[in-house]
Design a protein around this ligand. Structure first.
Ligand code: AFP
Length: 336
């Protein structure tokens, strides 16, 4: 076994393959890794320090903020507040982008994040993740972000589970690093991951089924029917954290769904386009998977507003193609 490949080494070696690179994106990714370690250490002692629980505030979508949502957001905002790498950041937890001043005014990048995805898992020591997306700065205004996901320069997530993982893509494959706590470094564990074309699990909150469309309902019923030649029935695997579920799907295949839900007034579903859907779609596509609303490729969509949501199905190509058929109303008919 050779020397372990640290995240920094991997990023710097990747940078050398792009002679025009300035090194700024590399620094930015390394800073995200440091932010991830800081958030991981806050999570590790949250029960002891009594930093679990509600912050007593709501985010712009009217959702309860936990103290650790706010803390993770603050850590990420601080992370880019020096060195002129990032012009502004936008966060699921902030109504407006946070603009950096001074040498950052003309910085090349904007960073978007969901600081702690899966907040309902915070108080029960469940899986959580920080999702990030890096985009080029154009005018330095919010309009820079109201653009398709294909414009992301890099994206990924830091997963807080039994191990802390850093998963990212900058467009040449998706790579996985695990934090070795004994040395405080992320080490490469999987380069250029490829997900299975078809899996055996599906992740969806079936408690919300009453508000789904007929297509969504029949698709999930289809996954549960027994039919060995087509690999069914699927097993339910839903954690309450999209990033945790998508990470499982990267390894095992399958599908995560968050459909439009008419019963709770979520006509566009719950998942935010910029902070969750675009970055996870970028990673999943790089691993051979797909992300779709049922009628459109997620990465092709541009939001009208910063906090727009979309219905999403993300996972293996076999599952997403079938989902699109059900959305068109032809899934059941084709099966005869
Ligand atoms: P929170 O971070 O606000 O808990 O939202 C997490 C999330 O966006 C996604 O990660 C989950 O899969 C989904 O929402 C859970 O939503 P439900 O509680 O409606 O199932």
């Amino acid at each position: 076994m050779g020397a372990p490949v640290t995240l920094d080494r991997f990023i710097l070696e990747g940078q050398r393959a792009h002679p025009a690179a300035t090194g700024e994106l590399s620094l930015l990714l390394m800073r995200l890794a440091v932010a991830g370690k800081r958030i991981a250490s806050e999570l590790a002692v949250a029960d002891i320090r009594r930093t679990h629980g509600s912050a007593g505030t709501e985010n712009v979508q009217g959702e309860e903020q936990k103290k650790l949502d706010v803390r993770a957001n603050d850590i990420l905002v601080e992370t880019f507040d020096y060195g002129g790498l990032v012009s502004f950041v936008a966060s699921e937890e902030l109504e407006e982008p946070h603009v950096y001043r001074g040498d950052a005014t003309n910085a090349r990048y904007a960073v978007l994040f969901d600081p702690l995805d899966g907040s309902s898992n915070i108080d029960v020591n469940g899986t959580l993740g920080t999702i990030f997306s890096i985009r080029p700065r154009r005018d330095g205004t919010e309009a820079d972000l109201l653009r398709p996901g294909t414009e992301q320069v890099a994206a990924g997530y830091i997963l807080f589970g039994p191990a802390v993982l850093f998963v990212y893509t900058s467009g040449d494959g998706a790579h996985v690093f695990a934090l070795d706590p004994s040395i405080g470094e992320f080490l490469l564990v999987r380069r250029g991951i490829r997900m299975p074309r078809q899996g055996r699990g599906y992740a969806v909150n079936e408690g919300r089924r009453a508000g789904w469309s007929d297509g969504d309902r029949s698709y999930v019923e289809y996954l549960k029917q027994r039919d060995e030649p087509t690999g069914r029935p699927y097993s339910t695997r839903y954690s309450g954290s999209m990033v945790g579920d998508v990470h499982r799907i990267l390894g095992e295949g399958g599908v995560y769904l968050y459909p439009a839900d008419a019963s709770s007034g979520r006509a566009s579903g719950k998942i935010r386009l910029l902070y969750e859907s675009h970055p996870l779609a970028f990673v999943v596509e790089q691993a051979g998977g797909r992300a779709s609303t049922g009628t459109a490729r997620v990465l092709d969509l541009a939001p009208k507003k910063l906090h727009d949501r979309i219905p999403i199905a993300i996972g293996g190509p076999v599952e997403i193609e079938m989902y699109e058929r059900f959305t068109r109303g032809v899934g059941a008919a084709e099966r005869g």
